[in-house]
Ligand binder design. Sequence first.
Ligand SMILES: Cc1cc2nc3c(=O)[nH]c(=O)nc-3n(C[C@H](O)[C@H](O)[C@H](O)COP(=O)(O)OP(=O)(O)OC[C@H]3O[C@@H](n4cnc5c(N)ncnc54)[C@H](O)[C@@H]3O)c2cc1C
Length: 449
Amino acid sequence: MDRNHPAFARLPPWVQSKIRPQAVETIKKVWDWVETECVPAEPIMKAQLANDRWKTPQLMHDLRAKAKAAGLFNLFLPNHFKESPGLTNLEYGCCAEIMGRCYWAAQTMNCQAPETGNIELLAKFCTDEQKAKWLKPCMEGTMSSAYSMTEPDRASSDATNIGCRMEITDTEVIINGRKLYGNAQWNEDLGIYILMGCSDPNNPNPWNRHTTVVVPARAPGLTMKRNITIMGYDHAPEGHGEYVYENVRVPKENIILGPGRAFEIAQGRLGPGRIHHAMRLIGQTERAYELALIRCTDPIKKPRGKLIGEFDSNIERIATMRLELDSMRQVVLNAADTMDLYGGKAAKYVIAQSKILIPKMAEEIINECMQMFGGQGLTQHTALPEMWTYARFVRVADGPDSAHKHQVGRDQIKTAPNIRERHKKYQQIHKQLCETHGVEYVPYGAIDY
Ligand SMILES: Cc1cc2nc3c(=O)[nH]c(=O)nc-3n(C[C@H](O)[C@H](O)[C@H](O)COP(=O)(O)OP(=O)(O)OC[C@H]3O[C@@H](n4cnc5c(N)ncnc54)[C@H](O)[C@@H]3O)c2cc1C
């Protein structure tokens, strides 16, 4: 590996040493792809979208066909799946950062959210018959999918609250309820909603009340009321919908894994997705940082006759942002490696660490970059406002960071009894040492054992 290649230069040595030769080649290809086919084409994609907000631009179709032919499709699917192109979570994490440099680059490689989580779900839990219907077209990129769990009238971060009613008969599932989020029905590429609903509300075990079912995107009775914007952005042409289900009927064979098993599915879905979002955000933040460096050294804009990079406060800002970005990468790649070595369950804490720390830090860094850019940094003259919005929404998407903090905090408090025992032993030895050395024993605080 050429450690000075821009795709590897900022990876810590422990990561560089774990990347296999075949993955080195893939990561380099992803770098070349994003740098030459995506970043320079950003204004073209915007212009094509302006013509028709809810149609996937021709450029996106063309790039997807080209990326697929170049073997750059579905790289995210980890190597324990038989359908996987063969990367580990750690190796894919390095690719995801590069993809994040352009907001839509991941989509050219069929590696965008929520498609990645959905494909992983379908690969993990579907029967061969179901895989042929839904997994195959999603992986081939001829159809896209949405995940639909959140509801407007429920606290959906606690999914036991999900209320969309599913009545399961001998032959079909009848669905009634409201949903918020999940890609817009208006885009013709969207083929299915993977829907979580409540099929057994009286089951004494709240974790067995819910079912996951696949609903065709244009099933009779399913209406998208409107597109919801994210801080003013419509996120076209995929968007986010607000939906009403009125007696929507789907065959019983569309149930994934079985009635009452939605939590087994939901729990497996989000771990890798959180790592992907965090790595892509690091890529976006690196681009924001590059803009700040460019503005710092711009010779035509000199307040008080100085480059803004000559003011001490900005030199410090640049240093702090660099240090933070490099530590963010360590956190997320550690989570990816833990998943590879010990599995998703064992990686729970490090995934939460990524989910909590990265969006918040990215939000702060991009905010500083906007500040350094001045007035233009808040306008469409730069991509900084969109980057900042991305960082901000990842604090909520895939579960709010507060819920993860709650879990981490509760787990930490459970460690207190063991720590207390250890401190008790220190105190006992301390007491003996006082006797040996003839020093008066003074217990500290209220902890006198
Ligand atoms: C851009 C974007 C895309 C999304 N895409 C999808 C999608 O494709 N499919 C889908 O189903 N959903 C999607 N969502 C929705 C998202 O997953 C939910 O908004 C999220 O899970 C929170 O649920 P809620 O909005 O019902 O908030 P609530 O559950 O009502 O929570 C509200 C707030 O309460 C606080 N809170 C909650 N739990 C705790 C806790 N344990 N401790 C302390 N505070 C807590 C948090 O501050 C939280 O933000 C998307 C959201 C965004 C922003």
